[in-house]
Design a protein around this ligand. Structure first.
Ligand code: ATP
Ligand code: MG
Length: 420
């Protein structure tokens, strides 16, 4: 128990960290190229932010939040998603005042109390981007392009973009009514959760992953028969933008996304390799959220991507990730009296930007050489008492086994020649 992580959480071990650096670096690079700036918000917020921002009828708010009280009895919640916190920060710091269009992105851990399974964890990582301030479909196209560009830069192939519109305040009520009529007759065929969704927000039924519900959902009315002119135009213009920039998509009228604040555009990116949990990212427009959180009515669009699922897909697709070079120089001592000299040499090397390691366990020279071999260092510096008196050390090229004596003052020049 003491030496075990809580259910649904994972350690990222040093041997796995290169993948994360690679993913995070690519994400930053692409999103910055698209004009998005990084924002970092706290890991927890006032519970109310998520209740208001995500919606009372969502699975997240109803059963997935890690909510706790601080010592003064205030209710706080570990963030289950990144959009509401970004919008909270946008309002709190009045970011819209300087920029009529704020383009922000984040990378960080999210927390949801879900049943852990492949691709579904209780602490997981997302990157996401939000464009706050524009109602135009072209920004929806841009943010979709940005998301797809990250996947592409990572080397991922065969991803599918699913696209839908979920309407707006004007047209959604009619669609909800149509759904109520349709599901009303078939209520006994739905799961317990969906029966509750039927009462609270029938649109949520479309998101149910249970097979028996899916059978009923498959034949439900399509939102496209209910979209108002504004929403239909928005959708058509978005399609036109995507067609023009060569992005292919599949229209899926059943795609609703998990959150209440979405309007118009909804999209999801899926990787077939992943099986049941196959969404590597998703997003959409949320024109009511800023207002819902106390700001003035401001249109916005965003997406979020699951980083564990992306890495899993990269693994399944056999994508090679550049790994850390490892330690470049090992400083071996022949007597323990030399450890301080070794430390000083190691630090000088490190200060020049070259990685260096030495022994801290009082091992014999033979054993130190074994460690150096294990680390696969290209060079070992061997300190010997007689040589040190003359300000010299032995440098061994571990690739060809050649050893030579060099002056202490020449170590850096020697290594620099080898590395730069
Ligand atoms: P799902 O339908 O798989 O539950 P979601 O609609 O709840 O996804 P979003 O809230 O849109 O997901 O989050 C965006 C992305 O974050 C998802 O597409 C997925 O890649 C990832 N994600 C969501 N929940 C988890 C989780 N519990 N563990 C790992 N990744 C997750
Ligand atoms: Mg979910």
């Amino acid at each position: 128990m003491l030496a075990k992580v809580p259910k649904g959480t994972n350690d990222i071990l040093p041997e796995q960290i290169d993948c994360w650096y690679y993913l995070e670096n690519k994400t930053r690079e692409v999103l910055q190229n698209y004009g998005y700036r990084e924002i970092r918000t706290p890991a927890f917020e006032h519970t109310e932010l998520f209740v208001r921002g995500i919606g009372e009828t969502t699975d997240i708010v109803q059963k997935e939040m890690f909510t706790f009280q601080d010592r003064k009895g205030r209710s706080l919640t570990l963030r289950p998603e990144g959009t509401a916190p970004v919008v909270r920060a946008y309002l709190e710091h009045n970011l819209g005042r300087e920029n009529p269009l704020s383009k922000l992105f984040y990378i960080g851990s999210m927390f949801r109390c879900e049943k852990p399974q492949a691709g579904r964890y209780r602490q997981f990582n997302q990157f996401g981007a939000e464009a706050i301030g524009s109602p135009l479909p072209v920004i929806d196209a841009e943010i979709i392009a940005a998301a797809l560009s990250i996947y592409k830069q990572l080397g991922l192939t065969d991803l599918k973009l699913m696209l839908n519109s979920v309407g707006c305040r004007k047209c959604r009520p009619q669609y909800l009514k149509a759904l109520k009529d349709y599901f009303g007759e078939k209520r006994e065929m739905l799961c317990v959760d969906c029966r509750q969704r039927y009462e609270q927000n029938p649109l949520r039924i479309l998101d149910c992953k249970k097979e028996k519900c899916q059978l009923v959902i498959k034949k439900c009315p399509s939102i496209f028969e209910y979209l108002c002119e504004d929403c239909a135009n928005h959708f058509n213009t978005l399609r036109n933008c995507l067609d023009n920039i060569g992005i292919t998509y599949q229209i899926n009228p059943l795609l609703v996304r998990g959150l209440d604040y979405y309007t118009k555009t909804a999209f999801e990116i899926v990787a077939e390799e992943l099986g049941a949990q196959n969404a590597v990212g998703g997003g959409g427009r949320y024109d009511y959220l800023v207002e819902e959180l106390g700001g003035k009515s401001t249109p916005a669009v965003g997406f979020a991507a699951g980083m564990e699922r992306i890495l899993e897909t990269m693994l399944k697709q056999g994508i090679r990730i550049p790994v850390w070079d490892g330690i470049r120089v090992f400083i071996a001592v022949t007597s323990q009296e030399q450890v301080v000299t070794a430390l000083s040499i190691a630090n000088q090397i490190r200060e020049k930007g070259i990685s260096a390691e030495m022994d801290f366990l009082g091992k014999s020279l033979k054993s130190q050489m074994r460690t150096a071999n294990k680390l696969q260092v290209p060079y070992v510096l061997i300190l010997g008492s007689e040589e040190l008196k003359e300000n010299k050390v032995t440098i061994k090229d571990m690739v060809n086994g050649v050893q030579e004596e060099i002056s202490l003052n020449d170590i850096l020049a020697y290594l620099k020649k080898a590395y730069f």
